[in-house]
Write a protein that binds this ligand. Structure first.
Ligand code: PXG
Length: 469
């Protein structure tokens, strides 16, 4: 059982009372409301560095950085101070009617500095989903302004995650999401994902061979839709919510070549991969692409307050600015001064702590090395990382790479053991995934990998007992 590190705090009610109030009034995202109400939520009350505490006093190692966002770790005073100061001075003003606030201008300037050189402009939103809605409207506006309004279609990928608004969920390739609410919206189509285990391995391709094949599905789709109708391609450098699908090294350069050949815009959704996660400031730098637009959120403030946006590359910015006319799009909180002040403090702290270098030179390679040690475990068919994101593929028979049958939700069994042993790790089907805070140390990686191994052993014991092997 997890260590009872401290007595419950921040709670004037018992856990059961919080759970009852939660069940009575709070509809949680991506949740089966009825079954959660029966089970009761885990109430998280406090956090520091890479650890959380729940209302029962259990200490938990947060290997998911909240939800892929708390890159600088919990409890960073400079972010709290920045928010406090800004709230006292100017808690809100908008950017609509020819006005601007100082933190929004400063952040725009700093983002232009830390992003690749083609990005000199930013459009702010409140979240990644809103950022991707902005992408859809901006991409279509761009082609309209160029006199090619028939270029409407955006190509994305199955099992991609681009958010939960109508446009975000449509760009995403999650079939469960499309099944609710009549999605995708018109003009968004999907190709298969570059997942070697699903599409490459069964036909005997090496990873690099498969990367080229998977990229050329984009070309096939462009030709099917008609090159003159395609506006853009969008992808996450590494698919996050889809299960940390790290594409073969050959994939993204070939995608770039195809986008260039047909003149279509390349959009890199950096909501997870941005701000150091892959060991460079942005995932496109790790993958070797030169996107025209880049969505960001999460790590821009390390999740301390909500903020998102779109970095707009010179090719698009030039058209939007020089051709003129109003872009009829924006959010109340576009450039929210408190969120921008926190983002400034966050990026400055990342620089001060040299967090990107820390991931690239030290803990990223160390995690990769420690993850490889898990390959000797009977349940582990694959263990791969990219910077500080990692996935373990759970298999029934590792010599043949046979998956567990659908009837056995092995990921959820493993996740249950993680919960019970003070570790937060996500299960996506049969992939167990992590994305710990970038401030994690080597010693903490050892601690995390030991916990993972213990949970894998407990899962193996269940599999043996249940006759699933
Ligand atoms: N793009 C990507 C690549 C994301 O990962 C979004 C856009 C949407 O961002 P907002 O801020 O609107 O949530 C995301 C969000 C999961 C999980 O289960 C992942 C996300 C959100 C919720 C759950 O892994 N990513």
């Amino acid at each position: 059982m997890p260590v009872l590190d401290r007595t419950p705090m921040n709670t004037h009610r018992t856990t059961a009372e919080w759970q009852a109030a939660d069940a009575a009034h709070f509809l949680h995202p991506f949740t089966d409301f009825r079954s959660l109400a029966k089970k009761g939520s885990r109430i998280v009350t406090r956090a520091d560095n890479i650890y959380l505490w729940d209302s029962e006093g259990h200490k938990i190692l947060d290997a998911m950085s909240g939800l892929w966002c708390v890159n600088v770790g919990y409890g960073q005073k400079s972010l709290v101070d920045a928010a406090t100061r800004q709230m006292q001075e100017l808690p809100f003003y908008n950017a609509f009617f020819q006005t601007a606030t100082v933190p929004a201008i400063e952040l725009a300037e700093l983002l232009a500095e830390v992003t690749p050189p083609q990005f000199q402009h930013v459009f702010f939103s409140g979240s990644g989903s809103e950022g991707n809605d902005t992408v859809v409207r901006m991409v279509r506006r761009y082609w309209d302004l160029l006199g090619q309004p028939e270029r409407q279609v955006i190509i994305s990928r199955k099992n991609a995650y681009h958010g939960s608004t109508m446009a975000g969920a449509s760009l995403g390739g999650m079939s469960g999401m499309h099944a609710q609410g009549g999605l995708p919206i018109p003009g968004i189509v999907h190709i298969e994902q570059p997942y070697w285990w699903e599409h490459g391995r069964p036909s005997g391709m090496t990873r690099d061979e498969f990367g080229l094949v998977a990229a050329r599905w984009l070309e096939d789709k462009i030709l099917e839709v008609g090159a003159g109708k395609v506006a853009a391609f969008i992808g996450e450098p590494v698919q996050g919510a889809g299960g940390v699908i790290v594409p073969p090294a050959t994939y993204w350069p070939e995608i770039q070549r195809i986008c260039d050949q047909y003149g279509i815009l390349l959009v890199s959704d950096e909501v997870i991969c941005g701000f150091g996660r892959t060991g460079r400031w942005f995932g496109c730098e790790t993958m070797g692409t030169r996107p025209d637009l880049m969505t960001f959120a999460k790590g821009v403030t390390s999740g301390y307050v909500p903020l998102g946006g779109v970095m707009v590359g010179d090719r698009v910015a030039k058209v939007l600015i020089e051709r003129g006319g109003e872009f009829t799009h924006g959010y109340t909180y576009s450039g929210h001064p408190v969120a921008c002040a926190v983002a400034l403090a966050n990026i400055r702290l990342m620089r001060e702590l040299k967090l990107v270098e820390h991931v690239h030179d030290d803990v990223g390679p160390y995690l990769a090395q420690q993850y490889r040690t898990l390959l000797d475990h009977p349940l582990v068919g694959d263990a791969e990382t990219c910077g500080l994101m990692g996935a373990i593929l759970l298999v029934k028979d590792k010599t043949r790479g046979t998956p567990f049958p659908d009837a056995v939700d092995i990921g959820m069994v493993c996740r249950g053991h993680c919960f019970g042993n003070g570790l937060i790790m996500r299960a996506v089907g049969d992939r167990m995934i992590i994305a710990p805070p970038l401030v994690i140390t080597r010693a903490q990686i050892d601690e995390m990998v030991a916990l993972i191994r213990r949970c894998l052993d407990l899962t193996l014991a269940d599999a043996t007992r249940g006759g699933w092997l």
